[in-house]
Design a protein around this ligand. Sequence first.
Ligand code: GRF
Length: 219
Amino acid sequence: MASEPARKRVAVLISGRGSNMVALIEAAKDPAYPAAIALVVSNVPDAEGLKRASAAGIATAVVDHRAFGRDREAFERALHAKLVEHRIEIVCLAGFMRLLTPFLVREWEGRMLNIHPALLPEFKGLDTHARALAAGAKRHGATVHFVVPEMDSGPILVQGSVPVEPDDTEAALASRVLAVEHRIYPLALKALAEGRVRLSAGQCLIDGVPAEQFWQRQS
Ligand code: GRF
């Protein structure tokens, strides 16, 4: 009998509640899913998501950035050592609130994803929902992209959008977008873990097709 290909060992990096982390853990419960969540790391010792990961039986680690003062690279070296120790192959940032230096980005080039709550390249940075409302955006959403040195700027793997309703509050819009995040992050990780994703000239190809076209064909 042919043996199944090994599932990719994934670490999820969090700083807070970890709802995207939970979405990835849930997806990986399916034995057919090509990735296993092997580790959750937080830079915040009391992050709520750590408890949720432990409850799901997943190994957790804390690398507290405050222990490294202003030396961001020293923090990242400690974090990287944890990832290596756990034989991690893919890293998913999920509400990980640290700006990364070129050190970590280079170490994980092409193997590190982030989820951002906006339709990049619009609304990079923080407070995306309030800014989308203030700008009168008709649609808003979320993006999973590869991490590059410039924040919220890497090749886009998948996007999902929702309408902005006329009477939307920031909270209502945030929760509509969050549901999209929970749907698209597992899809993006699946494609990457299956080895179907290639980066070419700063663009993301899936099965050789530009990512946007690939997902349009799926829908
Ligand atoms: C999400 O909106 C994510 O897009 C952003 O930070 C938030 C994290 O939420 N990067 P959670 O911790 O996954 O619930």
